[in-house]
Design a protein around this ligand. Sequence first.
Ligand code: GUN
Length: 280
Amino acid sequence: MTAQVLDGRALARQLNKALKQRAAELARPPGLAVILAGEDPASQVYVRMKGRVAERLGFHHQQIDLPADTSLDTILSTVDRLNQDDSVDGILVQLPLPGGLDGRVATERVLPDKDVDGLTSVNAGLLSQGRPHLVSCTPFGVMRLLESSGIALEGLDACVIGRSNLVGRPVAHLLEQRNATVTQCHSRTRDLPEIVKRSDVVVAAIGRSNHVKGEWIKPGAVVIDVGVNRMEDGSLIGDVEYDAAAQRAAAITPVPGGVGPMTIAMLMENTYKAAVHHQG
Ligand code: GUN
């Protein structure tokens, strides 16, 4: 079996195109503000890509750059200012913050209605109760990719590898809400290969290159690889051994070009949703 490649780049392009049209019908363009503190090269690339897509969609976009030695108070007062700015529908504080500053405190300061990252306890709590409002972008994108694979999740065994608030936890909630039976795995899971081997759906969000071996994949499974690991030669590698897994899976996401572009597309969708909400 050779897997269907779930092309996140193509799907994101299609969704962005449709969203651009819907956004043009609003009284004013959706507004997105991104706070980037410090000079983490990966964060700089992500933030630049988010800004570029926002502008392509005709959104109002602003990036607030803060120095690496910025204080938490400065970040919080920046968030406060954006919370009060009616032209801003969505606020994103890029993580991680420099100097060991607590990202949770900063993201929690964003008004839940402007929390297009879905990271506030209000939005995370609503999701965990099955009442999603603004859903964290990567998990939201994972679900859209699963939908695009045509797989009916009901009753399937799914495993999520990783339990971060950004990805693993919300993905597990979303899968469970689509009636999959979810096993949440993490660094202390005793027999990861065994759990992966019986899973119809595997979502890998560990952050370790090639950690999930191709031979673990159940024939016909759907594999979503959230990992983005930069190798010494500059190339990007996922958490799953792609070639070997693609021999067994029914569908698989590539890295790059799978989940990444979908994360950005979902950020745009959340910003649009927040704008509609604010415009009443
Ligand atoms: N850093 C890596 N991914 C993300 C994300 O989705 N949101 C934020 N705020 N920071 C990130």
